[in-house]
Design a protein around this ligand. Structure first.
Ligand SMILES: [Zn+2]
Ligand SMILES: [Zn+2]
Length: 357
C-alpha cells in the first residue's frame, strides 16, 4: 500500500516548504537510529525521510500529488548528512576498499587512431611485502589490543542539539584488528602498506578520443584490513598534430592550392594518418573552403567497426610575390578574364561560419 507522505509528516497537503522542513526535522530528531535505538523507530525514520525526500523536491512532490508514491530509491544517509550537516559518521571497521587512482596520459594522434600498448609507472600504496599487510613484525608476539579490549572499535558519546549520539569508529591503536603486535613491522612502521611504483600495462583501443577514460580494475591503492584494491582511471589526452585535426571520427587536413590549380583542376596528394599519401583530384573550379571527403581514411569507430573520413579543406593561396613571368601572365589574365558574378549571399554565409554563428 502506498504511504501517505503528508500523513507521515503530519502536515496538510497545502504545507509550505518551511512547514515540510520543520516537520521532518522534528520527527527525524525523534526517530533517528542514533537517538532512538528501537527497530520500530528505525522504520519510522526511514518512512519520514522518504516522505521528506519526495515532498521537499518540487518536481517529485508534483508527481506524487498526481500519481501517488512509487516507492523510493533514495540514499537515507546522504540525505541525513545533508540535512543535519554531516552529524553522523560512517562506521569505520572491517575491510575498507582502497582508493581509486587517477592518471593523465598524453598520447599522439596516431596512437589514438591506430591504438597502442603502453606501460605506465604508477606510484601507489600496496600491502607491505615484509608483513603481508598486517603491520606486525614477522615472528613478533601478538596480544589483545588494550585500546579496545580486542573489540576493534571504540565508542564515543557526544551531546548535540538532537540528543545523544554514539559514534562507533575503528580503534586507532589496532586499526580495527583487535590485536597488536609487540613490535611493529620495520618496513612499514605498522601501517601495513608501503609506497611502491608499479608497472601497469595499458591497452589503448583504436579510436579513443581526447577526454575519455580507461579503467584498469584492481590497479588502484591496496585496501585496508584485507579489503579489495581500488581501480586505476587513466584520462586520455591527445597531443596536437601538425597536419591533422580530429573531429570525432573524422580527420581534417588543409590542402593549399594555387589559383591556377583551383581554376584548372589538379592532381594532388594528401598525407594520411598511417603515413602513406592518398591521391586526390582537385576539381576544376574548386572554391576556397570547399571540402573533399576521402571515405574511410579517418578514425576507427570505437566499438562499432568502420572508420570515419578524411576531410580535405581546400585553401586557395594567393601568391604574395610574383616573378617576372608570373606577373606578365597575371596582368594578361586581368585584361582578358570575364567579370565574376557577384554572389554576396554565399559570401555572407561563409563569414557567418567563420564567426561560428
Ligand atoms: Zn584496538
Ligand atoms: Zn610491514
Amino acid at each position: 500500500m502506498p504511504a501517505d507522505y503528508y500523513a507521515l509528516l503530519a502536515i496538510p497537503r497545502t504545507a509550505s516548504e518551511e512547514q515540510i522542513r520543520s516537520a521532518y526535522r522534528k520527527l527525524a530528531r525523534q526517530y533517528h537510529p542514533d537517538v532512538n535505538p528501537s527497530a520500530d523507530a528505525a522504520e519510522r525514520f526511514k518512512a519520514v525521510t522518504e516522505a521528506y525526500e519526495v515532498l521537499s523536491d518540487a518536481q517529485r512532490r508534483q508527481r506524487y500529488d498526481m500519481f501517488g508514491s512509487n516507492g523510493g530509491d533514495f540514499g537515507i544517509g546522504d540525505l541525513f548528512d545533508q540535512f543535519f550537516g554531516g552529524e553522523t559518521r560512517r562506521r569505520e571497521r572491517g575491510p575498507l576498499r582502497g582508493a581509486d587512482l587517477r592518471f593523465e596520459l598524453e598520447i599522439d594522434l596516431l596512437d589514438s587512431v591506430m591504438g597502442a600498448e603502453r606501460t605506465l609507472t604508477i606510484p601507489r600504496l600496496d600491502p607491505c611485502q615484509r608483513c603481508k599487510g598486517s603491520g606486525a613484525e614477522p615472528g613478533a608476539a601478538v596480544s589483545t589490543c588494550g585500546g579496545c579490549n580486542g573489540q576493534g572499535e571504540v565508542r564515543q558519546v557526544r551531546q548535540s542539539v538532537f540528543g545523544r549520539f554514539v559514534n562507533v569508529s575503528a580503534c586507532p591503536r589496532c586499526g580495527g584488528a583487535g590485536k597488536v603486535a609487540e613490535r611493529q613491522c620495520g618496513q612499514c612502521r605498522g601501517e601495513g602498506r608501503e609506497r611502491i611504483e608499479r608497472s601497469v600495462s595499458l591497452s589503448i583501443p583504436a579510436g579513443i578520443d581526447d577526454g575519455q577514460q580507461l579503467r584498469v580494475s584492481g590497479e588502484g591503492e591496496a585496501g585496508m584490513r584485507g579489503g579489495p584494491s581500488g581501480d586505476l582511471y587513466v584520462l586520455i589526452r591527445i597531443k596536437e598534430h601538425p597536419r591533422f585535426k580530429r573531429d570525432g571520427d573524422d580527420l581534417l587536413h588543409v590542402l593549399r592550392v594555387s589559383p591556377a590549380q583551383a581554376a584548372l583542376g589538379a592532381d594532388a596528394a594528401v598525407p594520411t594518418i598511417e603515413g602513406e599519401e592518398a591521391k586526390l583530384k582537385v576539381p576544376a573550379g574548386a572554391q576556397h573552403g570547399q571540402v573533399i571527403r576521402l571515405r574511410g581514411k579517418g578514425v576507427p569507430r570505437l566499438g562499432q567497426g568502420g572508420r570515419g573520413d578524411l576531410l580535405v579543406f581546400i585553401e586557395v593561396a594567393i601568391p604574395k610575390a610574383l616573378n617576372k613571368e608570373e606577373r606578365k601572365l597575371y596582368e594578361r589574365l586581368r585584361e582578358i578574364a570575364s567579370p565574376l558574378a557577384q554572389d554576396e549571399s554565399s559570401m555572407f554565409d561563409r563569414i557567418k561560419d567563420a564567426f561560428g554563428q
